[in-house]
Design a protein around this ligand. Structure first.
Ligand code: CP
Ligand code: NVA
Length: 308
């Protein structure tokens, strides 16, 4: 079977990423008003099964991938690593070889990015990164789709990432050069993005600006993006909350961005920590469209992985 993995956004061509977004927009439009469980007219993944493996918690990724496969005409099998022998020391490579004999594709949410790469290397089916400590590519496809729906032209736009320079921030950096937007990152020095991810983007001529002030990063932005200050697997919650507090997205901070700037957050959110309720629940926030678009974007990602 010819197939493609979806591990990190810098690995795809700009034209491939554009095609995935176009397909996501078209599929969303085509089923407007339909009941959510109804299969798409062409059922492109009929007869296909996706294994979903979770080493960490998930609401959006779990439910949106499951519904994505149903709408595409396929099915899923869902397990946490604790349910599997993986949780008792079976190797990631043996798990990949075995699952490749049963299912048609795998989506993995892993603690260690290297495990997704090792799984993909050993597997003979498409593998999708459903979030690791280093990146969250599916999320960013939904985010970009949402911005386009809300009238943001990505080429030449200015996006401001405020808070922890984490996995979600890394995927925004990876894709900045592909769509031509500038990413201005405002973090405390200790929580700046990994050099490797900045280099990946800059080597592709991505415009990445790094600041140690939220105010400087957000100035004149078309979009302001926040994420939790304490990601899954982070040990130092108290220190993080204290040091990241000046990077909370408040209405005053939003006032430094362009008038009408959009607010994105991948969720789950912590009102009163990384974002004030008046921002995330206010008129500039598009976070629930963003969450919905996980479904539509992932349908397009799944089709691309299968060459459909
Ligand atoms: N944004 C996101 O990936 O949410 P979940 O952790 O609920 O899947
Ligand atoms: N940065 C967050 C994203 C959750 C979807 C985490 O890794 O926990």
């Amino acid at each position: 079977m010819t197939y493609r993995n979806f591990i990190d956004l810098w690995q795809l061509d700009a034209s491939q990423l554009r095609a995935i977004l176009d397909s996501a927009h078209a599929m969303k439009r085509a089923r407007s008003g339909w009941s959510k469980g109804k299969t798409d007219a062409d059922a492109p993944l009929a007869g296909r099964t996706l294994a979903m493996i979770f080493e960490k918690s998930s609401t959006r990724t779990r439910f949106s991938f499951d519904m994505a496969m149903r709408q595409l005409g396929g099915t899923t099998i869902n397990a946490t690593s604790a349910d599997m022998q993986l949780g008792r020391g079976e190797t990631i490579e043996d798990t990949a070889r075995v699952l490749s004999r049963y299912v048609d594709a795998a989506m993995i949410r892993a603690n260690d990015h290297g495990d997704v790469e090792a799984f993909a290397e050993a597997a003979s089916i498409p593998v999708i990164n459903g979030l690791t400590d280093r990146s969250h590519p599916c999320q960013i496809m939904a985010d970009l789709m949402t911005l386009e729906e809300h009238g943001v032209a990505l080429d030449g736009a200015r996006l401001a990432w405020i808070g922890d320079g984490n996995n979600v921030c890394a995927s925004f950096m990876h894709v900045a050069p592909k769509f031509g937007f500038t990413l201005a990152v405002g973090t405390p020095a200790r929580y700046a993005p990994e050099d490797e991810d900045v280099e990946i983007a800059r080597n592709l001529q991505g415009r990445i600006e790094l600041y140690d002030s939220a105010e400087e990063a957000v100035a004149n932005a078309d979009v302001v993006i926040a994420d939790t200050f304490v990601s899954m697997g982070d040990a130092d919650a108290e220190a993080r909350l204290a040091e990241l507090d000046p990077f909370a997205v408040t209405q005053d901070l939003m006032g430094l961005a362009k008038p009408g700037a959009k607010f994105l957050h991948c969720l789950p959110a912590h009102r009163g920590e990384e974002v004030d309720a008046e921002v995330i629940d206010g008129p500039q926030s598009v976070v629930f469209d963003e969450a919905e678009n996980r479904l539509h974007a992932q349908k397009a990602i799944l089709r691309w992985c299968f060459g459909k």
